[in-house]
Ligand binder design. Sequence first.
Ligand code: SF4
Ligand code: SF4
Ligand code: FES
Length: 375
Amino acid sequence: MQVGLKVWRFNSRTGERELQEYEIAAPEEATLLDCLDIVKDQHDGTLAYRKSCRMMICGSCGMRMDGAAVLACKTRMYDIAQAGHVPVISAMGNLPIVKDLVVDMEPFWEKFRSVDPYLQPGYEEPPDGKEYRVTQARMNVIHKEALCINCGCCVSECNSMEADPNFLGPQALAKAMRFVGDPRDGNKIARLEKLNGEHGIWECTRCYMCTERCPKGVDPRDAIAKLGAESMYEGIDRDMGAKHANWFVVSAKTTGWLRETELVPKTQGIIAAIKQTRFALDLALKGKVPPPFPPHVAKDVKESRRLYELTTQQGPKGYMGIVQGEHALSRLAHGHTAEGETLAEIYERPGAFKRPFIAGEELEAPVFLEKPPER
Ligand code: SF4
Ligand code: SF4
Ligand code: FES
């Protein structure tokens, strides 16, 4: 097949940038990485990119295709070439470019190292010399996080990192959850304290771009949600982000909707709220915020209160209570589904959303997790 590629070339020494087009002949099964290899071998030996395993394991070949991060060795070119599309290939975002498609990964590794990505055992060793065995249910909590190959595709697309390059970011936080959720780790509280600091979990805007672009189904946003839930469970809720979340729960429970007008005094305190009075008045005059008094109570507020009661009574706490999306969906009885239709079948309907990849999932067998031991 004939494949067209437009590649953003960049030389960090001279600052020169140029969009270069290539037209190559490639076998039908070729991936983007195979095509770049053909370009380098047969057309232009100066093109720079990283690769190693060619089988989605080493995490070296992260780059952008048409503005979205991909693993080049996972991206098949057949459909793209057949459609006559010429994709634009560029270096990953949020990391400095060294040359062409090669980025400097040091800022990435610095954040990775900062979360102490290794087990710090603190469990009691079994007295009879036996192996310490962790239940499958406990390992399920960190199964996705353990799949990370450190490719950086999530970091490339993270909106918060674009605004604050010091934000720990989705990869480091997913890695942190890998150890926070491991029952053998003895440093959970210290880890959570650190992750709740400046540039930590509460800087995430929940845009889900990391989850969308991760080629391994790690779902970093889910990992960050688990870290937030576990922090709350352990009483680590001093950050404004945590107070914000707490207030949303209170407000949904009491009035059935989000009382955003009261967010500032509830999260930043009265003094900060007074300082922002003028801003608040401007917003009110332009009809951007409803008056706080009398508080508007939703007509069906009982539903919201009931939901709160259900989740607090039934759900396990902390990260154990963050049920992965697929499992949560499989427990819902959708009024609109045909009788006996399974979640797998719903995804197979014409025009249905693409089924997310979650490694090892069993759609029909939701996992009910154990409660963590009392501290
Ligand atoms: S969900 Fe959070 S961590 Fe993930 S890309 Fe968005 S801001 Fe970044
Ligand atoms: S979380 Fe996914 S996208 Fe991010 S580094 Fe790990 S494997 Fe790559
Ligand atoms: S070359 Fe190893 S993940 Fe692509």
